[in-house]
Design a protein around this ligand. Structure first.
Ligand SMILES: [Fe+2]
Length: 246
């Protein structure tokens, strides 16, 4: 009875207790994510409601747009954690890495600075939504020569790969791990991205997941019910994220 009502379940109700969100923008006033300490706290309280206990904030590092450094990120992390302590918010442990755009600045950073990892030597990287950089494979190679493991953020969102699915395999063969945005499964970015996300999951190409939360509207979508068949596909990936908390 009422089985038609039970075909959909929200992602926010199935996070394993050891899930680590490895992609998020909760640090205030550092990029296009949270705009204030109050907004950060409100967003984090919602994350707490989903049973999430560990979050890695990943502010953008993007030439001419978000010129953050390891120091500016650490400073904002300290501000947020000090504030959370002052209000006795201890339900979630917050650390910070970065989301590096693979641009000319990144190639320079790779040579001159220590990058902020998600854990050990795992580095979250993103590509332009217009086109991949011409030297993409060279950069991926150089990252690995420098001892880093590239984790590509939201591969399902790069529309230029949607009709060239073999490129995804090529990226994996070049040493990239893939981090899916959970919002992609909710249709937040549209049907093409949702289809690509499911296809990547079905082909076993996704290693990890993240919420990529910037604002309340994202969490509103995350709370929407999605098909249980899709939940089955993402469940093992959510479990894999525990790796970052160990
Ligand atoms: Fe992001």
């Amino acid at each position: 009875m009422f089985s038609f009502l039970q075909k959909k379940t929200a992602l926010t109700s199935i996070f394993p207790s050891d899930f680590v969100d490895i992609h998020s923008h909760f640090l205030p006033n550092i990029d296009d994510g949270s705009k204030s300490l109050d907004e950060s706290v409100a967003l984090l309280r919602r994350m707490q409601g989903y049973g999430i206990k560990h979050i890695i904030c990943t502010p953008h590092v993007m030439e001419s747009v978000w010129e953050n450094s390891s120091e500016t990120i650490q400073q904002k992390l300290d501000v947020l954690n000090t504030h959370l302590k002052s209000i006795n918010f201890t339900a979630i442990s917050i650390s910070a890495a970065a989301e590096y755009m693979l641009d000319a600045n990144f190639d320079r950073l790779l040579k001159t600075e220590k990058l902020r990892p998600l854990k050990d030597n795992y580095i979250l990287v993103e590509l332009s939504f217009l086109n991949a950089p011409v030297n993409l494979y060279e950069t991926l190679f150089n990252m690995q020569i420098a001892g880093y493991k590239p984790v590509l953020a939201h591969p399902e969102r790069y529309s230029y790969y949607h009709n060239n699915f073999s490129d995804y395999k090529k990226l994996k063969d070049a040493g990239c791990l893939f981090q899916l945005n959970l919002l992609s499964l909710t249709n937040y970015y549209g049907p093409e991205v949702a289809i690509a996300a499911q296809e990547l999951l079905k082909r076993g190409l996704i290693d990890f997941a993240g919420t990529d939360t910037h604002k309340h509207h994202h969490l509103d979508f995350l709370e929407k019910g999605i098909d249980k068949k899709v939940l089955k596909l993402i469940e093992p990936v959510l479990k894999a994220n525990a790796f970052f908390g160990k």
